[in-house]
Design a protein around this ligand. Structure first.
Ligand SMILES: CCCCCCCCCCCCCC(=O)SCCNC(=O)CCNC(=O)[C@H](O)C(C)(C)COP(=O)(O)OP(=O)(O)OC[C@H]1O[C@@H](n2cnc3c(N)ncnc32)[C@H](O)[C@@H]1OP(=O)(O)O
Length: 167
C-alpha cells in the first residue's frame, strides 16, 4: 500500500490529537509553512508493513549550494534525516533522531532531479534503525545514511526538555 504523506511525522494513532510538528508545519524538511524550507513531499510504501519505505523526488538550486554546482553536505544530511523520519509514522511511533551517520559517496548535483529513498531496517525496543539514500534518477547512489531513532513517550519528552510552543 502506498500513500502520500506530505507533512506529518506523527503516528496514525495520534490523528485527531495533533502534536507539535503537525500544528507548526514549519519543519525545514517538509513543512509547507516554512518559507525557507525544502517542502519535501514523501510517498510512504507499507507493502511490507515491517519494513516501510518512503520516497521523495526533488531538485535543489543555489540556495542549497556547498561546492560550486553541488549540494551542501549539511543539506545532504538533512535530506537523509528527513527521509528516515518519515518512516516513523507508518511504524506508528513518535520518534526523533538520536544518531546518524552519512557516507558522502559522490557529489550531489544542483539543478538535477534526485530521488530520496528510505527504508526501515529493524527495531530494538525503543530504538528504530533506518537507512536512506540519495540517488540519481538512473539509480546511482550519491549519499547513504543510517540512523537510530528513539521512540518518544511522555516521560522521555519531559526528561529531554521538549516543550510545546505556545498556541
Ligand atoms: C516535543 C517533541 C516533538 C517531537 C516531534 C517529532 C517530530 C519529529 C520531527 C523529525 C524531524 C527530523 C528528525 C530530526 O531532526 S529530530 C531532531 C534531532 N534530534 C534531537 O533533537 C534528539 C535529541 N536527543 C534527545 O533528546 C535524547 O537523546 C532522546 C530523548 C532522543 C533520548 O534520550 P535518553 O536520555 O532517553 O536516551 P540516550 O540519549 O542516552 O540514548 C538513547 C539510546 O540510543 C542508543 N544509542 C546512542 N547512539 C547509538 C548508536 N550510535 N548506535 C546505537 N544506539 C545508540 C543509546 O545506547 C540508548 O540506548 P538504550 O539505552 O535505550 O538501549
Amino acid at each position: 500500500m502506498s500513500s502520500q504523506d506530505t507533512v506529518r511525522h506523527t503516528p496514525l494513532s495520534m490523528d485527531g490529537n495533533p502534536t507539535i510538528d503537525e500544528r507548526a508545519s514549519h519543519c525545514f524538511g517538509c513543512g509547507p509553512a516554512n518559507p525557507q524550507g525544502l517542502h519535501l513531499v514523501f510517498s510512504t510504501d507499507t507493502t511490507v508493513p515491517e519494513h516501510p519505505a518512503a520516497t521523495a523526488h526533488l531538485q535543489l538550486d543555489r540556495l542549497h549550494e556547498g561546492p560550486p554546482g553541488y549540494v551542501h553536505g549539511g543539506i545532504v544530511a538533512t535530506l537523509l534525516d528527513e527521509a528516515m523520519s518519515k518512516l516513523n509514522r507508518p511504524l506508528d511511533v513518535l520518534a526523533v533522531t538520536r544518531h546518524m551517520e552519512v557516507d558522502y559517496l559522490r557529489p550531489v548535483p544542483l539543478f538535477q532531479p534526485l530521488v530520496l529513498i528510505s527504508r526501515h531496517s529493524h527495531r530494538d525496543g525503543r530504538k528504530l534503525f533506518h537507512q536512506a539514500e540519495i540517488q540519481t534518477t538512473g539509480g546511482a547512489v550519491l549519499a547513504r545514511g543510517k540512523a537510530v531513532f528513539i521512540r518518544l513517550d511522555k516521560a522521555i519528552l519531559a526528561r529531554a526538555g521538549f516543550t510545546q510552543p505556545d498556541d
